[in-house]
Design a protein around this ligand. Structure first.
Ligand SMILES: Nc1ncnc2c1ncn2[C@@H]1O[C@H](COP(=O)(O)OP(=O)(O)OP(=O)(O)O)[C@@H](O)[C@H]1O
Length: 265
């Protein structure tokens, strides 16, 4: 069953038509990859779904989440959906953290917005979430600048999954990480997805990740989806010359350190 349906989405700036007549469906519990070169409109699609587009951009079309067309919700209604049922993590995880607040304070702010829990219960829930992504309890009291990129991105994931969303939008979550940290973050996402059953809309230009984790793929070029289907179908039998080009230009799969285990560190 479809959990998110985007129908005929157009995103326009004053001078440019960024996303053109885009339709896609994310099924319950699946890992759906949106791939394409830099500038093809992947992030703007994610931003439109989360209703976080810059004010100079306008989105038209329909974005159905259950019975709700997200594009028609008021900002207070969308805030209720965003974060709770529909969570997101972005490549710029540094920008998601306020430098003078501890990780615990970030959790607390988030929990107080969405949950009605005592202070003690909030702390326990946050610590459990940190432990679930392979981090230690002491991270709770630390400031963002005291953590590595991989640790911070894992904190983002633990916060995004805290409220057990139905869908997680992950926009190039490993772009700013080294290859070992990327590998661990993706392994973690895959593990948590299996545990929680949430769907993932995964945005990337790295086909190696797609080959390993995705169920289905949509390929974007110049703001439009040019090909979509089952991962193996698209990667092994691309119908579009551009998809073939993307596959040919992708680094070898052998470069992923498959043998690494665990998510700690
Ligand atoms: N606020 C804005 N106003 C006008 N155009 C914008 C704005 N933000 C982004 N764009 C343009 O939208 C296009 C698509 O950008 P987008 O970030 O979605 O690409 P992308 O496929 O996610 O690329 P990348 O993989 O590099 O993140 C780009 O040409 C970009 O310059």
């Amino acid at each position: 069953m479809s959990i998110l349906s985007v129908r005929q989405l157009d995103i326009m700036g004053k001078q440019n038509h960024i996303v053109k007549d885009l339709s896609l469906d994310v099924q319950e519990g699946e890992w759906f990859a949106l791939v394409g070169q830099s500038g093809s409109g992947k992030s703007m699609t994610a931003m439109a779904i989360c209703q976080l587009l810059a004010p100079n951009l306008q989105a038209k079309g329909e974005i159905w989440y259950g019975e709700k067309n997200l594009l028609t919700l008021s900002s207070s209604e969308i805030r209720k959906v965003r974060g709770k049922r529909l969570a997101y993590i972005f490549q710029d995880y540094q920008g998601s953290f306020t430098p003078f607040l501890t990780i615990g304070q970030h959790f607390d702010e988030y929990q107080r917005t969405h949950l009605n829990l005592s202070k003690k219960a909030r702390r326990q829930q946050a610590v459990d979430a940190l432990i679930s992504v392979g981090l230690n309890e002491d991270i709770y009291g630390r400031y963002p600048f005291q953590l590595s990129g991989g640790q911070l991105q894992r904190v983002s994931i633990s916060m995004a999954l805290l409220l057990e969303p139905d869908i997680l939008i992950a926009d190039e979550p490993t772009t700013a990480l080294d290859s070992v940290s990327s590998f661990k973050v993706l392994q973690l996402l895959s593990k948590l997805q299996k545990e929680t059953g949430c769907a993932i809309l995964f945005i990337t230009h790295d086909l190696r990740h797609v080959r390993k984790y995705a169920d289905r793929i949509a390929v974007m070029k110049d703001g439009a989806i040019i090909e979509t289907g089952d991962k193996n179908q698209v990667l092994n039998h691309p119908q579009h010359a551009y998809t073939n080009e993307l596959i040919q230009s992708s680094p070898s799969l052998r470069r992923i350190p498959f043998k690494l285990e665990g998510v700690s560190g």
